[in-house]
Design a protein around this ligand. Structure first.
Ligand SMILES: Cc1cc2nc3c(=O)[nH]c(=O)nc-3n(C[C@H](O)[C@H](O)[C@H](O)COP(=O)(O)OP(=O)(O)OC[C@H]3O[C@@H](n4cnc5c(N)ncnc54)[C@H](O)[C@@H]3O)c2cc1C
Length: 253
């Protein structure tokens, strides 16, 4: 990526620096933006671009017997380096530990990684999406204990919308959610094309799943959203711990 072109768009065409005058971005200045872009450039080169072709030659391997998905060790290391550099929080609000940078800057940061390794970089957007759902719609426990793990990269997130027969037309989804006496729901269905649905990054995976309740109205009003963790979550005063493995299984790659 040509940095001069990027700077031209960000600073001369879009005048992103003007946003630093607003209350939301008053903690930022051009040096903050440049530091994020420089770090992204270095990391995208050393951990993403270097292993782009190797990732194509050695795609993730799923073992049905052990129910494990194995990515290249270089990709596991890249996931940790990206998370440790704080890039999962670039656009997130400061109140949840984010860097709270303008979306134009976080987009430019993301462009470094997607242009260095388009396939692998898709892993990260899903964490941010799941974290934003919890920030705005999660319970106090989920916000306090699950959200930080998504933003540190310790755990991963997904968005499970599409089904074999329902991509754009989500009102047609067939996944069902049946309420149980203990307040939980039994969810049944098949999802397809789910980005980063499995990995060997450690921790667990928080799936955000669209499903329909019995008797749900037709159309988009009939769709509900469920948090389906790969492992059961137990909350206590100390935080959250992982319990039994859930029934979510990868059907194919
Ligand atoms: C790389 C990749 C990653 C993905 N990751 C995820 C993920 O993480 N989670 C997830 O849930 N899904 C994921 N998907 C699935 C993606 O969301 C669907 O592919 C998408 O919603 C389109 O659905 P479809 O492929 O069934 O196409 P269709 O919905 O069948 O659409 C086919 C064509 O018809 C057009 N069309 C559809 N409806 C209309 C309409 N009403 N009017 C006019 N034209 C229409 C579309 O524009 C398209 O050109 C991923 C897909 C890809 C390619």
């Amino acid at each position: 990526m040509n940095r001069r072109d990027l700077d031209f768009i960000l600073y001369e065409v879009e005048n992103v620096e003007a946003l630093c005058q607003t209350e939301r971005y008053q903690h930022c200045d051009r040096a903050t933006f440049d530091a994020a872009l420089d770090t992204a450039h270095q990391l995208a080169h050393s951990h993403f671009h270097q292993y782009n072709a190797k990732g194509d030659r050695h795609p993730p391997q799923y073992c049905q017997e052990t129910d494990t998905l194995t990515l290249l060790p270089e990709h596991v290391a890249a996931h940790r380096a990206y998370s440790d550099a704080g890039f999962l929080t670039t656009s997130m609000d400061a109140e949840v530990g984010g860097s709270q940078m303008p979306v134009a800057v976080s987009g430019a940061v993301g462009l470094h990684f997607s242009s260095a390794n388009a396939g692998f970089s898709a892993h990260f957007a899903l964490n941010v999406g799941a974290a934003k759902i919890l920030q705005h719609h999660g319970t106090d426990e989920q916000r306090a204990h699950v959200l930080p793990k998504l933003l540190s990269g310790e755990w991963c997130g997904t968005m499970c919308l599409s089904e074999t027969h329902a991509g754009s037309s989500l009102t047609d989804i067939r996944t069902t959610a049946h309420p149980q006496p203990d307040g939980t729901y039994k969810i049944r269905g098949n999802k397809m094309w789910i980005t980063a649905a499995e990995n060997n990054f450690g921790g667990t995976i928080v799936h955000m799943v669209l499903a329909k309740l019995p008797g749900a109205p037709a159309g988009t009003k009939g769709i509900s959203l469920f948090l389906v963790p790969k492992h059961a979550l137990s909350f206590s005063e100390e935080g959250v711990s992982l319990g039994e493995r859930n029934d979510v299984r990868l059907g194919g790659l």
